[in-house]
Design a protein around this ligand. Structure first.
Ligand code: NAP
Length: 282
């Protein structure tokens, strides 16, 4: 039988780059996709270190034409998609008052509509085959709202709701739906967030400016102390891909688990508000 085929989104850096390599090591034929294939060198360098080869294809998850072309291309070249990893994502820093309509829509387009449209494009092929797995990288921010991340968390919450609804249905035709929920990961993510949020950061006059500085400072400590690497998350995704009966939800670290636990055990919801209020108090 031909190798299983995996399609991964957002492979230019971070989690997606390492996921493509770890899946290729596990024996998958990997189609690693990225908005700009000119960024493929880092991926090829890691693939060479691991002694695997990876196919790169262009894919912007915010463009339906791009999604259709990528999925049709994989089906034409390989005839199957066994695994979709919805990894592409982008944060945005700004509270409700600093988030412009364009920022909100871009954040929702990338993190939610992108996942929805990718899943919708791939699912019919898996349903027809009677098997497949869709792993989506959400975040602790898909379970807990966090200040200055309202748009990002709203998008990740939306993915959680979508996938929780789809999971029991997809199981009826042999397709597993899985969520991977990391806490902090030390990738390009934070630098990208800052680059795309310059206008909102500049708009943070008082009372937000001081609160944002405190929050960013406390969050920086959390990344330094508890941050995982992109490769840590990639190994978790590769293990999930090959597990016979995968869990619906994988929270990727003890730190992330401890943070999320407060939501599950405290039915008032007050503990979650307290966690992040402390980061604003300095
Ligand atoms: N880093 C964290 O602390 C953290 C924590 C929890 C969850 N996550 C989630 O983990 C996933 C991977 O993030 P990361 O940490 O690896 O960050 P990253 O290094 O910034 O990687 C994000 C990837 O998504 C791609 N991307 C952004 N917009 C895209 C679009 N419209 N179409 C296709 N690709 C697009 C980026 O490509 P370009 O190079 O073209 O921008 C990049 O390859 C994301 O879903 C993120 O939300 C991250």
């Amino acid at each position: 039988m031909a190798d299983k085929v995996a399609l991964v989104t957002g492979c230019s850096t971070g989690v997606g780059l390492y996921t493509a390599v770890r899946l290729a090591e596990a024996g998958y034929t990997v189609v690693a996709t990225m908005r700009d294939p000119a960024k493929q060198q880092g991926l090829f360098d890691e693939a060479a270190k691991a002694g695997v080869s990876i196919e790169v294809a262009p894919l912007d998850v915010c463009s339906q034409a791009s999604i259709d072309a990528a999925v049709e291309g994989v089906m034409a070249r390989h005839g199957r998609i066994d695994l979709l990893v919805n990894n592409a994502g982008a944060g945005f820093l700004g509270s409700v008052e600093q988030t412009g309509d364009d920022d909100l829509r871009r954040t929702m387009e990338t993190n939610f509509f992108g996942v929805w449209n990718m899943t919708k494009a791939v699912l019919p092929h898996m349903r027809t085959a009677g098997s497949g797995r869709i792993i989506s990288v959400t975040s602790v921010g898909g379970l807990l709202g966090q200040p200055f991340n309202e748009a990002y968390c709203a998008a990740k919450f939306a993915v959680e709701g979508m996938m929780e609804g789809l999971a029991p249905l997809a199981r009826q035709f042999g397709v597993d739906i899985c969520l991977v929920e990391p806490g902090p990961i030390n990738t390009e993510f934070v630098a990208s967030v800052r680059a795309t949020s310059q206008a909102s950061i500049a708009a943070m006059s008082e009372p937000y400016g001081t609160l944002a500085q405190r929050y960013i400072g406390a969050s920086g400590d959390v990344f330094a102390t508890y941050g995982q690497t992109g490769d840590d998350i990639a190994k978790i995704i590769a293990a999930l891909a090959s597990t016979e009966k995968p869990d619906f939800r994988t929270i990727t670290s003890d730190f992330a688990m401890a943070t999320v636990a407060s939501k599950v055990v405290d039915r008032t919801g007050n503990s979650v508000v307290e966690i992040f209020a402390k980061r604003l108090q300095g």
